[in-house]
Ligand binder design. Structure first.
Ligand SMILES: [Zn+2]
Length: 265
């Protein structure tokens, strides 16, 4: 029987019976692990605290057949601040869906693990940082960590240094200066792609600067940047579009998050 000790973060729970659920756990060394949680929804279950959504725990697992089962657990952190705020809860759920998308079983991904843990910590406890900024930083860094960072330091066509900002060409992973973008939108290549108009996001110098920071900052300092409100709004659009375009689909949890924000306006 296969046995394993991991530090795992619960990123998804699927109820399968009154007290049972299938849990998806994110780990640094083993990627994503699927666990059968028999009886864990019962209040009396000794693992109940360790297997709630967003709980981070040391877990002892065994695998008699298809699924892992929990034989022992030691609770570390549950990011309590997320649970009492509907907007934080919705955002954390979406970001965990993104983490689940990028993690594979038996493929170590310590960067994704650290990014996800740090982000949940910020959502839960860093009330000095706007949630939209935390979201943007996660979205852009996660896609960069996967190897899809755009070229941010020079125009993708003329190689100028983008001192006046430019247009993030989401589809092609580059930024175009105003001149090149104008020429490009009048070209035959652009006319062929109706979607292109939606995937050139105008980025100010400050937004470009923030994206460069998110791309290369040490993980622990990922959120140590400032942007003005209007730049923060552009950054939010640019990072979300860049991620979703690469994934080629959206998430119901993201749509819910947006609906929640729209209803609050
Ligand atoms: Zn150019």
């Amino acid at each position: 029987m296969e046995e394993l000790e991991v530090e795992g973060l619960v990123i998804r729970e699927t109820q399968t019976g009154e007290a049972d659920e299938i849990l998806t756990i994110l780990t640094a060394d083993h990627g994503k692990i699927t666990i059968s949680g028999r009886g864990v929804r019962s209040m009396r279950n000794k693992h109940a605290a360790s297997v709630q959504l967003f709980s981070y725990s040391t877990l002892l697992l065994n695998k008699p057949k298809k699924y892992y089962y929990i034989t022992d657990s030691f609770f570390i952190e549950n990011f309590m601040g997320i649970r009492y705020d509907v907007e934080k809860l919705a955002l954390a759920t979406y970001l965990c869906d993104v983490a689940a998308e990028f993690s594979l079983e038996d493929v170590p991904n310590p960067a994704l693990m650290q990014l996800t843990l740090n982000t949940l910590y910020a959502i839960a406890y860093r009330d000095d940082i706007p949630l939209s900024r935390i979201k943007a930083a996660f979205e852009f860094r996660v896609i960069c960590e996967e190897g899809f960072a755009p070229e941010l330091y020079a125009c993708g066509i003329c190689r100028c240094d983008l001192t006046e900002g430019g247009y993030l060409d989401v589809m092609n992973g580059r930024v175009l200066c105003r001149n090149c973008q104008e020429k490009y939108v009048n070209s035959a290549a652009y006319a062929l792609d109706e979607a292109t108009a939606k995937i050139h996001v105008r980025v100010t110098p400050a937004v470009l600067c923030a994206m460069r920071y998110i791309l290369s900052a040490p993980m622990k300092k990922l959120l140590s940047f400032q942007v003005e409100k209007s730049d923060g709004e552009i950054l939010a659009v640019a990072c979300e579009r860049y991620l979703l375009n690469h994934l080629e689909h959206t998430f119901s949890s993201l749509e819910y998050y947006h609906a929640l924000l729209d209803n609050r306006l």
